[in-house]
Design a protein around this ligand. Structure first.
Ligand code: PMP
Length: 996
């Protein structure tokens, strides 16, 4: 009905019933023709004999609306009738109307993440609660979508023989649908929506916010059934599009269960009913296609469903149920076996001749005493040394179950569906380290399930799985990894082994994947060959994995919890912090803070081994935990850590090394502990040199948190809680040629000329100086136009002032082509302030100035800062300069910075919200604007938060808080840049940014 004449005809017919009916357009619909005018949806049924179904919808909508379920309001005709009959050219039709809801179908919204799905589960449970007491005769209809009809539907299908997935359809019907439908008949029933597909779930997608549910629509398929049917229908359409279907299913079902409890019996049906619904969807779409009725609306979900089914059938139903039971915190399907395995009264035969009773425990956790130094390419020899140090030769050492570890460096530990920042980290077995060749004994009578050799580096080597049934009804499996290849080759599936019998020997590193000799002892209630048992799992699904692979301690004869790694409780940590932290000591990322326990180069790790790419922190200049910096600090700490009142070689060595990077005129160094302290001192120097007080500073500038520094920082003094800058501070504009007031080729001179205005206003008062970040960072990663600082400096100096360059953020090679920002501006400041990156995290800051200014300051009062320039601080600073040189990190900043900037510029051509990419080297900013070109702080916040959810850390800044800030450690690589760019690219496609 796309033709305009016909639509106009309909408009005039409908105007007789709803007089304000506007211009119409056609919406997708399977059964009815849906016409919309922006105020209402007019539902035109194909014939006149469907008044009972329309009545059903009217009643249901009103019923659930009264219970605050978000659904459209049905709208009566002007004469108060719920429906009307209308003649179109061919026949008489029935028409009724609902209010129009301005929203987007979930199918077109993103991210459709766990948070959204959990809320959706909750909303559907609310709908079900509301429908529980709803009755209507039409609920008993038998539409072809009724789940119980699926086998008959398939049987009757004329064309099914030719369906490309016919075998799968048959398999689902016989293996899954048949048994499930029988059990379904025993569940209580109620009114259901029966078509909760992702086109009938409307979402509000506001710029800068995640989608929120606006309305559940289209109640035209309502029938009676068990509530699990509705969940299975919704999941059928949501899961095929998810990057991690089981995780999505868990979030969705968990959200439902939080509101109304589901039973294990109901959960058991979810997966087979989903598969059954997929079959009905496939059969119906196929029939329609074969009949030439190729309606895109009906075909819409088919591609995704077909693809999903490729992998879905490999997932055992029992495992899906285990995931769901874990999500709902219900008993496991194999709870009896799990209880048996955990029973303290167990009396298994010992795995080894040696007793494990007093064996020491290796701590390989993220910051454990025996964690390897390099968390990305770990040296397994370090594990071997730790084992040797813990126990005399030949005595056992234990490795813990459920322990987060970073020793799994091989690519197969990456969770491929989730990009490079996700890897499996939780060891879900028990290790026992003993010499190679040590015999392993079976804990119970067993049958060999599988015996194989897994030969890759880091893999298992010889691997055996045994099946046990110690008492009828209790069946479980034990896995033994890192064995001699010969042990695995000597056994075949089906072989019997007696309890206590030695059936294998521990392998040497050469044949066990490279590990120090040990057994990886894992238990499962699920039958699967050894190569299908992950020994290390993803922390995000840990509640599932600990059911699938329970604690093997008891089966190994351990009667205590020594070999069970504790789990960090982030909630407790948050509470602990809240108890002592003042309110404005803020955490980044609001309700979703990042816990950090370890760093390495440009990576950060939480206590469970989750990995974050750090593209934000500029303090770990040469990379987090750089070994050379650590070693230098450590060794200096060993000799002495004292102050500048004593002659110390390290102090002079460092100051000389630092001054090598400065113009000759800047030759005096004061070492202090922080950027704020350095700026305080810089202002004292300026005042001593000029005997004046007043300073010129930049709008939106930041120089630190101390009294004078805050006064100079318009970003703070002029922001929330500030009192504005004091009268001795005179502000001029941030030289921003993109969003600032001057943008033309004379911008440098025009911005610099603002100094003249200040000087005019100063009148009789003398000027002490000018302070600015060379590239304003909190001001929004601004690169001043060439000539700006020379214009400012010459005016300030002419007025008797001195020029301070705050290089806290820009210094030490970050800008790539320049070691200092002032080189870019071709000026030499009188005073340079340094901080953040100097000690790679060790508190170290500096003020570097001229002889003349240092002499003016030397007025008889001693300068002394207790910790400033301490021996260890100097060692840290010196090591940073050495690494910078040796690893050519300034050059890396130039190369990777250029690469990243061009990648960002490329994105900016695709996404208009990115309006300008600015910066030099690894000091980059992206200005974000809305569709009208206005600063878009909300979109900036959204991106920072979403990047964090994808484990990439960036920041935001700027006078309008609309500049994405990227300033990673200088070891950032091209691969890191690619990861950042692809993550950002994916986020830019989300609904929150699309609509703006
Ligand atoms: N100046 C600038 C430009 C800064 O960015 C900062 C810190 N963000 C400071 C000074 C103050 O340094 P600190 O926090 O070490 O006192």
């Amino acid at each position: 009905m796309d033709d305009t004449t016909e639509l106009n005809a309909w408009r005039s017919r409908l105007s007789a019933l709803w007089p304000d009916c506007g211009a119409l357009r056609v919406l997708n619909g399977e059964h009815d023709t849906n016409l919309a005018d922006g105020q209402r949806v007019y539902k035109v049924a194909p014939a006149t004999n469907e008044t009972d179904v329309i009545d059903l919808q009217w009643q249901a909508l009103q019923h659930v609306r009264a219970k605050s379920v978000p659904v459209p309001r049905p709208v009566a005709t002007s004469s108060g009738e719920p429906l009307a009959y209308v003649d179109d050219s061919e026949q008489q039709r029935t028409v009724w109307a609902q209010e129009w809801i301005e929203a987007t179908p979930l199918a077109k919204c993103s991210p459709c993440d766990g948070e959204l799905l959990e809320a959706l589960g909750g909303a559907i449970s609310h709908l079900h609660d509301a429908l529980e007491d709803f009755e209507h005769p039409a609920l008993e209809r038998d539409l072809r979508w009724r789940i119980e009809s699926t086998p008959t539907l398939a049987e009757r299908s004329k064309h099914l023989q030719q369906h490309p997935k016919r075998e799968r359809i048959d398999q689902i019907l016989s293996e899954h649908s048949g048994p499930a439908l029988k059990r379904l008949a025993q569940l209580p029933t109620q009114a259901l929506h029966y078509d909760l597909n992702d086109h009938n779930l409307l979402y509000r997608c506001k710029p800068g916010a995640k989608p929120t549910l606006a309305a559940i629509i289209d109640f035209g398929d309502m029938m009676r059934g068990a509530r699990i049917i509705d969940l299975s229908i919704a999941a059928t359409y949501l899961l095929p599009k998810s990057a991690h279907p089981l995780r999505s299913l868990r979030a969705f079902v968990g959200g439902y269960h939080q509101q109304s409890k589901l039973s294990l019996g109901e959960l058991e049906l979810l997966w087979p009913l989903m598969l059954t619904r997929m079959v009905s969807s496939m059969v119906i779409a196929w029939e329609d296609e074969c009949r030439g009725n190729d309606d895109p609306y009906r075909q819409i979900s088919q591609a995704a469903i077909h693809q999903f089914l490729e992998g879905a059938l490999d997932m055992p139903s029992n495992e899906v149920l285990r995931h769901l039971a874990a999500a709902c915190d219900l008993d496991d399907p194999d709870q009896a076996t799990l209880d048996w395995i955990a029973d303290p009264g167990l009396a298994p035969k010992s795995l080894f001749k040696a007793s494990l009773a007093n064996a020491p425990v290796l701590d390989l956790s993220i910051t454990g005493a025996h964690a390897t130094d390099n968390p990305v390419s770990p040296e397994l020899s370090e594990v071997a040394q730790a084992v040797d140090a813990l126990a005399p030769a030949g005595k056992p050492v234990l490795g813990r179950y459920r322990e987060p570890r970073l020793i799994y460096g091989a690519p197969f530990y990456l969770s491929t569906t989730h990009g490079a920042s996700e890897r499996r980290t939780i060891h879900i077995a028990l290790d026992v380290f003993l010499p190679e060749g040590t015999e392993v004994h079976a804990p119970y009578d067993a049958t060999v399930l599988s015996a194989e050799v897994c030969d890759a580096e880091f893999d298992y080597g010889g691997l055996i799985v045994l099946a046990h049934e110690p008492i009828p009804g209790i069946r479980f499996y034990t896995l033994y990894g890192h064995l001699q290849h010969a042990s695995a080759r000597a056994l075949a599936p089906g072989d019997s082994i007696k309890a206590g019998e030695a059936f294998a020997r521990l392998g040497a590193p050469a044949e066990n994947g490279g590990w120090p000799p040990h057994i990886h002892f894992q238990v499962s209630t699920t039958e699967a060959p050894g190569s299908e048992w992950p020994g290390v799992v993803d922390v995000n699904d840990l509640d599932y994995w600990i059911r699938r692979f329970p604690d093997p301690s008891r089966l190994a004869g351990l009667m205590d919890t020594r070999a069970l790694s504790p789990i960090t409780n982030e909630e407790a940590l948050r509470k602990q912090r809240a108890a002592h932290a003042p309110g404005n000591l803020r955490l980044s990322y609001g309700d979703d803070p990042v816990t950090i326990v370890r760093g390495w180069r440009a990576l950060l790790f939480d206590a469970t081994g989750r990995t974050y790419l750090d593209a934000y922190n500029n303090v770990p200049h040469v990379g987090h935990t750089h070994p050379h910096v650590r070693a230098s600090v450590d060794s200096q700490m060993r000799w002495v850590n004292t102050n500048t009142r004593y002659l110390q070689p390290i102090h002079s060595q460092y100051c000389e090394a630092l001054l090598e990077h400065f113009p000759a005129s800047l030759n005096r160094v004061f070492l202090v502990c922080s950027g704020s302290e350095a700026n305080e001192l810089a202002v004292r120097l300026a005042r001593a040199a000029t005997r004046a007080t007043d300073m010129i500073a930049l709008r939106a500038g930041y120089h630190g948190h101390t009294v004078t520094a805050i006064d100079l920082s318009d970003y703070k003094a002029g922001g929330p809680g500030g009192n504005g800058v004091p009268d001795w501070v005179h502000l001029i504009d941030n030289p921003d040629t993109f969003t600032g007031i001057h943008r033309d080729e004379n911008a440098a001179e025009r911005y610099a000329a603002q100094v003249d205005d200040v000087l005019d206003r100063l009148d009789e008062r003398a000027l002490a100086g000018f302070i600015a970040e060379t590239f304003p960072s909190v001001g929004g990663q601004v690169v001043p136009p060439p000539g700006y600082l020379s214009g400012v400096y010459s005016r300030v100096r002419k007025a008797g002032g001195v020029c301070i360059a705050d290089e806290v953020q820009t210094g030490l090679g970050r800008l790539g082509h320049y070691f200092w920002g002032f080189e870019h501006q071709a000026v030499t400041p009188d005073i340079v302030v340094l901080g953040k990156p100097m000690g790679n995290g060790y508190p170290l800051a500096a003020v570097v100035t001229t002889d003349a200014i240092a002499t003016a300051f030397d007025n008889g009062m001693e300068f002394f800062a207790t910790f400033g320039g301490s021996s260890v601080a100097c060692a840290a600073g010196k090591a940073v300069l050495e690494v910078l040189r040796e690893e050519r990190l300034q050059e890396n900043a130039a190369e990777v910075g250029t690469y990243l900037k061009s990648g960002l510029e490329q994105l900016a051509t695709l996404y208009p919200v990115l309006s300008e990419v600015r910066g030099e080297g690894l000091f980059l900013g992206i200005v974000m604007v809305d569709a009208e070109g206005r600063p878009a702080a909300h979109l900036t916040r959204y991106i920072v938060q979403r990047m964090r959810e994808q484990r990439v850390l960036i920041g935001s800044d700027g006078a309008h808080h609309n500049v994405l800030k990227i300033r990673p450690p200088l070891v950032f690589s091209e691969a890191d840049a690619d990861h950042l760019l692809s993550t950002l690219d994916a986020i830019l496609q989300e609904s929150a940014l699309r609509s703006s």
